[in-house]
Design a protein around this ligand. Structure first.
Ligand SMILES: [Zn+2]
Length: 325
């Protein structure tokens, strides 16, 4: 298994009016550079990838992006198209790999660009936000530390200007090398790309997680933490704002972190043929666009739960408790 540390640079519209919409998708960031570093699973360097991309839509090079990245108009004029670069990048990635990025932006911009230009997104692997791992393992504070902060923290010498995709990807890989990545992966709820097949109101998904082959209903409920969800950013317990269940197998809880906002956690539990339990968990940011959806779902679930499962669920719960003992 290889690790791929990914960083992108993108051009942005010069003013809000110039946002380009197509089929309900908006291109507010067009990729102009893909930088990546491939390592083995001990974060030892294997290879690097660096390509500039000629923008198709946001052709006017935003001045602040130009200054920040050091990319010139000439660089972009002679660059390949996104389609060509992605094909090269995919074959460079190989077959067995995970993505690591610093923050959430890069993977979302990549996904958004692929969708906007009607390109395949199914190859996008699971990805890990190293920024969150860094906070958990080193600073234990709920801040969004910059790449430059983390490199200073580990005394990593940066001899090139940051905000070049390849330099940033390389620095990210050096930071990862200083961390316990294997543990980080194990502790982490893997990120999924916000796929287009997800309904509009559910696009604020943060992660999806599966639990498998767990003995006892109470154990799986405890393992998923559905009764006391924590903030995905800082791991502090959320202050529960609303919740509902349907029988014993469907749950929705919404809760608030004072620092990071409101979240919703959905859980579906399944009983398997071999008498163990599995579950799938979805975690969402709740905002003005999807708050109504979760409130309605919760109201619906609560009504149906009362009607159908009121007595049965208490009975099953008791049986399950006995089985667990
Ligand atoms: Zn938080």
């Amino acid at each position: 298994m290889n690790y791929i540390f990914l960083d992108l640079e993108w051009n942005q519209p010069t003013s809000f009016e110039k946002l380009k919409f197509k089929d309900g998708l908006c291109l507010n960031a067009e990729i102009i550079q893909i930088g990546a570093v491939k390592t083995d699973d001990r974060c030892e360097f294997i290879d690097s990838f660096d390509a500039k991309i000629k923008p198709k839509i946001l052709k006017k090079f935003n001045k602040s992006v130009k200054n920040l990245t050091g990319i010139t108009d000439a660089d972009l004029q002679s660059a390949k198209t996104l389609g060509e670069v992605i094909e090269n990048f995919k074959s460079w990635c190989g077959t067995d790999y995970l993505f690591f990025t610093w923050g959430y932006d890069d993977i979302n911009v990549l996904g958004n660009n692929l969708q906007y230009f009607k390109m395949d997104t199914s190859w996008l692997p699971e990805f890990y936000n190293l920024q969150i791992m860094f906070c958990r393992q080193n600073k234990n504070e709920n801040k969004q530390y910059s790449l430059s902060f983390a490199s200073q923290y580990f005394s990593i010498k940066v001899d090139k200007p940051l905000h070049n995709a390849l330099t940033d990807a390389y620095i990210t890989s050096l930071i990862a090398k200083k961390m316990n990545i294997k543990r980080g992966i194990k502790d982490y709820n893997v990120m999924v790309f916000k796929d287009k097949s997800i309904p509009e109101h559910m696009k604020r998904i943060i992660y999806k997680k599966s639990y498998k082959a767990i003995h006892g209903y109470n154990n799986i409920i405890a393992k998923t933490g559905i009764m006391a969800p924590v903030c995905p950013e800082c791991s502090f317990p959320l202050k529960i704002t609303n919740k509902a269940k349907k029988g014993l197998f469907s749950y929705i809880v919404t809760g608030k972190c004072a620092k990071h906002g409101t979240f919703a956690k959905l859980l579906k539990v399944y009983k398997t043929a071999d008498n163990t339990f599995s579950a799938t968990e979805w975690f969402y940011t709740v905002d003005k666009y999807n708050k109504k959806y979760f409130d309605e779902q919760i109201a619906k679930m609560r009504a149906s739960d009362r009607k159908k499962y009121g007595i049965i669920s208490r009975t099953i719960h008791k049986i399950e408790e006995k089985n667990d003992e």
